[in-house]
Design a protein around this ligand. Sequence first.
Ligand code: NDP
Length: 284
Amino acid sequence: KILIASLCVAFVAVKWSGPRFNAESLKGARVLVTGASTGIGEQMAYHYARFGAQIVITARREKVLEQVSEKCMSLGAQKALYISADMGTDSDPAKAVDFALEKLGGLDYLVLNHIGPSPFTMWKGDVEHVKWLMKVNFFSYVQMAWKAMDSLEQSKGSLVVVSSLLGKMTSPFVAPYTSTKFALNGFFGALYHELAMKKSNVSLSICTLGLIDTDSAMEKVRLVKIYIFLTYPATDAALKIIITGATRQQELFYPWFTQIANLIKDWFPFVTNYAIQNSYKYNP
Ligand code: NDP
């Protein structure tokens, strides 16, 4: 009991003693946000715009990016540019970073957020899909981070990686997606240590999200019915991610109970397994 009480006190103390966010620090900041045509990425673009940042957004659909960047300008962005890029190709990840470096004269924030579409279903052996999704959701993150690293080093900038609770614990119906998120956590977890050991100027934040009410996530939830699920607003998730990067924190857990869920799965795996396997209305 004493151990659990101490852990709870330590948890609350760490939460309350986090660094304070200064919105002014984002005025004029040079930001590249990926996957910004919809969902959380789009909401991040709008928040950065309200803070007066200089933004480059990227995704595949040019017309939608154009509309998002126009809205960013109306919300107060100093600059809002866009570049269409397909992260499943070899060349586009680097092309997007080069574009941002050239147009903004460097980068203060690289926010890696995009994901390729993936079916919410039992895995039926589509190996090619897993390979492709790894390219979009993982390899392109590695390529872009490396390409931007020198500039972030010079600007004392921040690298922000949007991950998921499914990068820390597994769940049915999402084998390809969860693999890509575990890969991200592994790679960028290692990179976090290396940057610290090199005394690099670059801060690295990994964001663990629960279920967020974006159209794409809600569509999947509707397909395989889940008995109980709590969704959280994309705009709030987006703001928390931005604050995590701006305050140079190592990790974000949003909503807060994703951190508890992560602890429980290690301490009491049978509880987690039972809950996960009985959350879905699945009839073989
Ligand atoms: P969305 O599906 O709403 O948005 C995905 C974005 O990625 C879109 O802008 C899409 O634009 C872009 N994209 C898709 N394929 C490609 C591609 N091949 N190349 C370049 N861009 C591409 O995602 P969410 O907003 O829901 O999720 C954002 C992040 O949050 C992801 O990293 C996700 O894993 C994480 N997350 C989300 C959760 C949720 O419940 N929503 C839960 C946990 C984590 P376009 O089609 O124009 O290319």
